[in-house]
Design a binder for this molecule. Structure first.
Ligand code: ADP
Ligand code: MG
Length: 363
């Protein structure tokens, strides 16, 4: 994969940087996941300090436009940014003197998710170099991710480089002492990771809806608990009784639903975390948005924070749950900015965004 350090002189170069500003917003419009924005700083500062002119391009799902968010972005990035509402303004920016601009929400144009070649062409018009620094969308076959980089010289930004390095190291590290906590929802994204990493882990400890899915496969009565409809099909060929799959033994139950792991399971999982050499964690252990079901996640999160293991953590809800527990993110080792992208990468799937950067060329 081509990386920034292998690009020649950046002085005066026009760089289109696919950034990741897809943050949640609070009721008052305040950014709630500033860590995502802050993680874009390294690459941006690298480009600007090497004399490049940069246009940032990102999508945001929680707002139609970036315009009202500009002051917050400027504050978290520590720079002044000109706003380009459309491709005419982008073209005017490239012809003018400034060194940093932000393009309007990519998903405001259907060409982005349709992976339109015409849209990708408009995006890179006027640029000499494309830099992908948006790991969280690398699993998307979208114009700014999968097609734009094929149209000009392109490379991975520092964040994508770091994500790929840390996640592949975590996935391929020896099984001995490696504990994986997988929880939350959506079997379609998690079962492939379980399959791919089972032989590379000493234990995969499960919680949440994915644990319900597995318990049901084992023939355990899970009452009226939530399950994934496609779980049975997804688990075909997987030995659900594999001794390395650890399942909860007690639960917080309300109205016949398992809504959190119980105290015995939480203590056992915490013990696993404390004794691990390496930890990968994705997914809250319960329906954590409701404080009544946060305890299992809190007990596990505290143990992971205290553990001296090498840690990789990821997932939008996982990061939100850590915040809800009042714990600092920097106690969790490498915190991936990718949810779906992280899971797809760990499952060994080819990510279109990485493929476009040549990541799989020599694999
Ligand atoms: P992440 O975003 O970190 O990858 P997920 O999206 O997979 O995590 O899982 C989080 C979601 O799973 C939350 O909405 C949470 O409420 C839900 N969840 C977890 N455990 C349960 C449970 N036992 N019953 C119902 N919902 C659950
Ligand atoms: Mg989620």
């Amino acid at each position: 994969m081509k990386t920034l350090d292998r690009i020649g002189d950046l002085t005066g170069k026009h760089v289109l940087m696919r950034a990741d500003f897809d943050v949640a917003l609070g009721a008052n419009g305040a950014v709630e996941e500033e860590y995502r924005i802050v993680r874009q700083r390294g690459t941006l500062e690298y480009l600007l300090s090497h004399g490049a002119r940069v246009v940032l391009a990102s999508h945001i799902g929680s707002a139609p436009s970036f315009k009202p968010l500009l002051p917050q972005l400027e504050r978290h990035l520590g720079v002044q940014i000109r706003f380009c509402r459309d491709f005419d303004e982008l073209s005017a920016f490239w012809k003018g003197p400034g060194n940093l601009a932000l393009l309007e929400n990519l998903r405001a144009n259907p060409g982005e998710t349709d992976n339109s070649e015409a849209f990708a062409g408009q995006l890179v018009a006027g640029s000499d170099l494309y830099v992908n620094n948006a790991f969280a969308v690398c699993h998307r076959e979208h114009a700014s991710v999968a097609t734009a980089p094929l149209m000009l010289e392109s490379c991975a930004g520092l964040l994508v480089q770091e994500e790929v390095g840390r996640l592949s190291a975590a996935a391929s590290a020896p099984a001995d002492g490696k504990v994986i906590f997988m929880s939350g929802a959506k079997a379609s994204t998690k079962v492939p990771v379980i399959r791919a990493l089972l032989d590379h882990a000493s234990t995969i400890a499960l919680g949440g809806i994915i644990a319900n899915d597995l318990l049901r496969e084992r023939g355990v009565d899970i009452l009226a608990s939530r399950t994934d409809e496609d779980a049975h099909a997804l688990m075909q060929g997987l030995d659900v009784n594999d001794a390395r799959l650890t399942l909860p033994t007690d639960f917080t139950v309300v109205d016949g639903q398992y809504l959190d792991i119980g105290p015995i399971t939480a203590a056992a999982y915490a013990e696993l975390a404390r004794g691990a050499k390496r930890i990968i964690w994705n997914g809250p252990m319960g329906k954590f948005e409701d404080a009544r079901f946060l305890e299992g996640t809190r007990v596990l999160a505290r143990a992971i924070a205290d553990s001296s293991a090498e840690k990789v953590v990821g997932g939008g809800d996982t990061v939100a749950a850590i915040a809800k527990c009042g714990l600092r993110l920097d106690a969790f080792g490498f915190v991936s900015t990718g949810g779906g992208a992280m899971l797809a990468f760990l499952a060994g799937q080819q990510l279109p965004g990485l493929k476009a950067l040549g990541y799989y060329d020599h694999a």
